[in-house]
Design a protein around this ligand. Structure first.
Ligand code: NZQ
Ligand code: ZN
Length: 405
């Protein structure tokens, strides 16, 4: 087990009706006036926003509003909300939504105290040393932003989507009410589950050998998701399935599933290769849902790199899908290993597809002609080579993209 630092400062309020306690919880946590941030309207239609406002009013917490965050949030929206937040003199941020709303809120929270342009943090990787406190009311389990030390923002003018990391903007408080996710359409439910499985796999296939405590958490979480996701799709109001998915999504990305799997204790475990490959898709085509892009890119990446450490894939396949290579009594032949690894990768991909996720990049309307543009920004964002399980050059990345059509 490698050295690690695990820091998860968020208070979680989990369960039915918790959304109505958001005001009281924020008052108890010492929040002053907040900027209430939300997306394109799902929380208006579902009535969640009204419940949040009523709870704030009852607790005496003043707020200003900034709605309209789009999926794959954009830096121009963040700049405008920073201006609103400053004008209104807010002292904290309340995000009501999913990863996009929470990430936009994080950027506003560290953008308000910053004298320069907020994109400097993403472009120049300036250290983030000041940040307003954040509460998140989660409405879609997926990105894990409610407890993660990540914030991912797009810049359409530059065709880039860039993440920054830091503990300073991990939310102080996360309200996790699974009943808020009953209104999620199947596609978003499936994309969310795919994203959490990817967050676990990026850490599991981190280039570090077995770490049994962490590995059992990781594969246990994936098993729980494989069991719960079809139930939530079949019956959107299956509370236990929704609750399992919501909690697993947080555990998948607050770093618990990576303890001891990092090469550098100050950094998150894993090389995040599938995420790097996917972020180029949704940077160039913001209408592509992050999890759906991962459903295609992660199995393609796995097929390309598994030979670097086949045992890791055998362990994952055995624990999650019960894949047991059969080769009589002898030591496993290369063919038996390959068969079991490919069966594992196929099982993972089939799981995503069974939930309604796309099989290929062509399903997004992309063509191989898009690859050059993806590689251009990938090189800027990740450098070359990049990754931890197996270092990847841009030619490797090209081969992976090509194999995904
Ligand atoms: O905008 P509204 O109208 O609210 O609709 C949203 C949006 O269209 C809808 N939705 C959310 N809750 C709903 C609902 N519809 C019905 N009922 C509800 N209860 O779902 C759509 C997707 O929302 P979004 O917030 O974009 O989804 P997600 O949570 O998957 O976030 C994706 C973003 O997070 C980033 C992704 O790259 C992407 O930009 N990520 C952030 C990470 C982090 N901060 O740690 C890590 C991830 O790897 C990821 O990169
Ligand atoms: Zn993700």
């Amino acid at each position: 087990m490698n050295d690690f630092v695990y820091y998860s400062p968020t208070k979680f309020c989990f369960g039915r009706g918790q959304v109505d306690a958001v005001g009281a919880e924020m008052a108890a946590a010492g929040f002053g006036k907040v900027l209430l941030v939300y997306g394109k309207g799902s929380v208006v239609r579902s009535g969640v926003l009204d419940r949040v406002k009523a709870s704030l009013q009852a607790a005496g917490i003043a707020f200003a509003e900034a709605g309209g965050v789009r999926p794959n949030p954009e830096i121009e929206w963040v700049r405008a909300a920073i201006a609103t937040g400053r004008e209104q003199g807010v002292e904290g941020i309340l995000a009501v939504g999913g990863g996009s709303v929470i990430d936009a809120s994080k950027a506003v929270a560290f953008g308000i105290p910053h004298d320069g342009d907020v994109w400097e943090f993403f472009a120049k990787k300036l250290p983030i040393t000041a940040c307003l406190p954040i509460t998140a009311v989660l409405t879609i389990p997926a990105a894990g932003s409610e407890a993660s030390g990540s914030c991912v923002i797009s810049n359409d003018a530059e065709n880039r989507k860039v993440g920054v990391n830091g503990d300073i903007f991990r939310p102080k408080l996360a309200i996790m009410d699974p009943t808020l996710t009953f209104t999620l359409p199947p596609y978003q439910t499936a994309a969310g589950v795919t994203d959490m499985v990817a967050h676990i796999c990026e850490r599991y296939f981190s280039g570090v050998g077995p770490v049994p405590v962490t590995d059992n958490i990781a594969t246990g979480l994936v098993r729980a998701l494989v069991e719960a996701a079809p139930r939530a799709i079949a019956d959107p109001e299956d509370y236990d399935a929704r609750a399992a998915i919501m909690w697993a999504g947080m555990l998948a990305h607050n770093d618990l599933a990576g303890c001891g799997r990092s090469v550098d204790p100050a950094r998150r475990a894993g090389g995040w290769e599938s995420h790097a490959l996917e972020h180029e898709l949704s940077a160039h085509y913001p209408e592509i849902t992050h999890g759906a892009g991962l459903a295609v890119m992660m199995p393609a990446w796995m097929r390309y790199v598994w030979r670097t450490d086949p045992q890791r894939f055998l362990d994952f396949g055995a624990e999650v899908f019960g894949v047991e290579p059969f080769d009589g009594d002898a030591a496993l032949s290369e063919e038996a290993v390959e068969e079991a690894v490919l069966e594992t990768i196929d099982a993972l991909k089939d799981f995503f597809v069974s939930l309604g996720m796309p099989k290929t990049l062509a399903a997004f309307g992309l063509t191989p002609d898009d690859i050059d543009a993806f590689l251009e920004t990938l090189r800027v964002n990740k450098g070359e080579p990049f990754g931890a399980f197996q270092p990847l050059t841009m030619e490797d990345a090209r081969a992976i993209y090509e194999s995904a059509f």
